[in-house]
Design a protein around this ligand. Structure first.
Ligand code: F6R
Length: 312
């Protein structure tokens, strides 16, 4: 996985040629997928602020938004929830674009003359964020659904050694603790992305929540902490003044109640680069945590066993 993480900037650069020349017309966008593939939808919703973006993590499709452009996204192309969403989209003649590295999803698209974007295989879905999201952005951009995205300097920013260093520093804070990871509602993909990276790479539990909602429930749990937690709060410079004030007040209260907490600021120039860079810190933090726990960050045997179990 180390090589894949080192190549993440390169991946984002090479993905800029994918998903070109597809003609669609829609105002709303629905991403159907699960796990690492659905997560690309969460990131899209965060960075493509001018579009109406929904993420559907279940079988089939919601009745709402029948006019929305559906992206059926499955990195492997063999995930049953996403295949069922694609089947429904085809049946109901909804506008749909499939994205996968191959698998049944590609076969289904070819059989029904549905647009399909083939992305390179060979990495874990959670490490394929560039391949998964950039083609969607290209489709939306070329069809005037979102404005021009600034991807030019992304590779250089992602290759900054300070990102790995920051990940390593954070891994040391988290070792032996259960991470509670917070970000603002508008940047919810950051806390959720870090949580799932810790789950899948370091193979331990981690939980995510959002400001301000957590101030109305989770914060109370610090009164009688019955676990060994470490709270990480990911703050963005464009979070509103009130939300930023809540970060400081939340940290103060957690510490007064005897909890351990730190605030991590997003880094990077534009919104998209801040999201990508910060998720990449999470990649390295969870990778380094895996090494500290003596586990291989790459395979996710439990997910594979579970999928097999369902298939039998
Ligand atoms: C594994 C991972 C999982 C998968 C999920 C769906 O790295 O991130 O969350 O993404 O099991 O599989 P795909 O993405 O192939 O549809």
């Amino acid at each position: 996985m180390e090589k894949t993480l080192q190549n993440f900037g390169k991946q984002c650069e090479s993905a800029q040629t994918l998903g070109r020349g597809i003609r669609v017309s829609a105002q709303r966008v629905l991403i159907a997928g699960v796990g690492g593939s659905a997560f690309a939808g969460d990131v899209l919703r965060t960075v493509a602020q001018e579009a109406d973006v929904y993420v559907h993590r279940d079988y089939g499709l919601p009745r709402l938004g029948k006019d929305a452009l559906v992206f059926a996204v499955s990195y492997s192309g063999n995930t049953e929830e996403t295949l069922s969403a694609l089947q429904q989209a085809i049946q109901e003649k909804r506008p749909v674009v499939g994205i996968s590295s191959g698998g049944k999803l590609e076969e289904l698209c070819l059989a029904h003359h549905t647009d399909h974007i083939k992305i390179p295989a060979g990495v874990q879905p959670r490490n394929a964020l560039g391949y998964l999201i950039i083609p969607m952005l290209n489709v939306l951009e070329e069809n005037g659904i979102v404005g021009k995205q600034e991807l030019g300097g992304l590779r250089k920013e992602l290759e900054d050694p300070a990102i790995r260093k920051e990940g390593k520093r954070i891994a040391a804070l988290l070792e032996g603790k259960t991470p509670l990871i917070y970000s603002s509602e508008r940047m919810a993909c950051l806390s959720y992305g870090w949580k799932t990276r810790v789950n899948e790479n370091a193979k331990v539990h981690a939980f995510a929540h959002r400001v301000p909602e957590l101030n109305h429930n989770e914060l109370v749990g610090y009164t009688k902490k019955i676990g060994n937690f470490y709270t990480l709060m990911i703050r963005d410079r464009e979070d509103s003044t009130r939300v930023r004030k809540r970060f400081d007040a939340t940290k103060k209260m957690i510490e007064e109640l005897g909890g351990e907490c730190c605030i991590v600021d997003t880094r990077g120039s534009g919104l998209l680069s801040r999201v990508f860079n910060t998720l990449h810190i999470g990649d390295w933090a969870s990778y380094e945590l895996a090494l500290r726990y003596g586990v291989d960050p790459e395979p996710v045997h439990v997910i594979e066993r579970f999928k097999k179990e369902l298939g039998s």
